[in-house]
Design a protein around this ligand. Structure first.
Ligand code: PMP
Length: 412
């Protein structure tokens, strides 16, 4: 990275602390990332100088707040390579974006006997909205399986996606195994059968270059908080023609054209989908996070995480009694690595690592069907981001080895 890692870490004062008398090693980035000072400052500046409600007032602060909010939309458009700013809808987050698509496009287009195809590695956010839609409409929900390596099985996708398929909804990167899916090929497959494709970019947009136009996805969802923005802000990208054809998600202020006693018309895109007062400061923060990531370069961010995975993954695989789920080839990995140590419950393992200052997640990672598929109840998960260092990676390995000794894994 151009910006040296120590310069970069100076932007994250939260990382400079001790936890349980050990230097904090924050490896729970797949759950939420930390926010750098420039993002926090921009949010504070917004509240201190420009705060007003957007689109409504003609006074100067309202105009400034509107300009800030819309500038954030322009940044998102450029960042994900959407053709038009109208295709960028601000939401509460990835979950909200996916629910929006299920409740609008799904409600309008799914009928009894139709098929919705997702993958077995979906986060509940990209699973339950489709499951409930299928139940409500009498449609069938089908799952694309995995290869032995934990990658999406394209041959199975080709078998599961048929002319009855109306929606294919697949994650771009797994929040459990760090697998990247062939979203572009899936989009092609879906389109060949007349279906639309919805991409869940929660674990992709923060970590790699994403071009929604090139991927040819119809909808694409992600959250700001996993890419160093405030919580409560996210994005739904949708192709303009589709966004125009579907009904609004919520009704109220801001999203209307005209309202009479018995009928209403809707505002133009993107406002048709932004009912009520939005998370304006959140959008401003997301814009600042995009500036921060862009200044570093997404290729650099991805390369940095890959180097960390190249360091840590072979070392983890070499620990006897430790099982890694998902690809063992670092080249096929994002910075997300899930594992278990012997029969130790992952919560106990995460607690032991926390005693060493290492923050990892343990549980089902909101992916219970995947856990069942893998024959697991839960796993521990370490996830890296641009501010993690080689020393962080080494500390994870040494803390795991200590936990192995402490719990006598493999020795009894
Ligand atoms: N999809 C994936 C792959 C995720 O990892 C997450 C967050 N863990 C979500 C969707 C949901 O994101 P949010 O909770 O920010 O709405």
């Amino acid at each position: 990275m151009d910006k040296s890692i120590s310069d970069l870490r100076a932007d994250f004062p939260i990382l400079d602390q001790r936890v349980n008398d050990e230097p904090l090693v924050y490896l729970d980035n797949a759950a939420t990332a930390q926010r750098p000072t420039p993002v926090l400052k921009q949010v504070l500046d917004f509240y201190q100088t420009d705060n007003a409600n957007v689109h409504r007032g003609v006074h100067t602060l309202a105009e400034r707040a509107t300009a800030d909010y819309e500038a954030a939309r322009d940044r998102v458009q450029k960042f994900i390579h959407a053709k038009k700013r109208e295709e960028v809808i601000f939401t509460k987050g990835c979950t909200d974006s996916l629910n929006l698509v299920a409740a609008t496009y799904g409600e309008q287009n799914i009928q009894a006997g139709d098929e919705i195809v997702i993958s077995i590695m979906e986060h509940h956010s990209n699973l339950i909205p489709w499951q409930q839609l299928a139940l409500k409409k009498g449609a069938t929900l089908k799952y694309i399986g995995l290869t032995k390596e934990g990658e999406l099985d394209l041959a199975d996708a080709a078998a599961k996606i048929t002319d009855r398929t109306k929606i294919v909804a697949v994650t771009h990167a797994s929040n459990v195994m760090g697998t990247v899916t062939p979203l572009k090929q899936l989009a092609k497959l879906a389109h060949q059968h007349g279906a639309i494709i919805v991409g869940d970019g929660a674990q992709a947009v923060p970590h790699m270059k994403v071009d929604v136009t090139e991927l040819d996805v119809d909808f694409y969802a992600f959250s700001g908080h996993k890419m160093m923005s405030p919580t409560g802000i996210g994005v739904l990208y949708g192709k303009q023609a589709l966004l125009e054809a579907i009904p609004p998600y919520q009704y109220g202020g801001e999203m209307i054209g005209t309202v009479t006693e018995q009928a209403s018309t809707w505002a133009a895109l993107p406002y048709k989908f932004e009912a009520g007062t939005q998370n304006i400061a959140g959008a401003v923060g997301l814009g600042a996070a995009i500036d921060y990531l862009t200044a570093i370069g997404m290729d650099q961010v991805e390369a940095h995480e890959r180097v960390l995975v190249q360091t840590v993954l072979p070392q983890l695989l070499a620990i006897e009694g430790l099982t890694v789920y998902g690809p063992t080839d670092p080249a096929k990995h994002t910075g997300v690595i899930s594992f278990n140590l012997g029969h130790l419950h992952p919560h106990d393992l995460a607690t032991a690592l926390d005693m060493e200052g290492v923050a990892v997640r343990a549980g089902h990672h909101c992916a219970q069907p995947l856990m069942n598929y893998l024959g697991l109840e839960a796993s521990a998960r370490a996830s890296f981001y641009l501010y993690n260092t080689a020393a962080d990676a080494e500390k994870l390995v040494s803390a795991l080895k200590e936990a192995k000794e402490f719990f006598r894994i493999g020795t009894i």
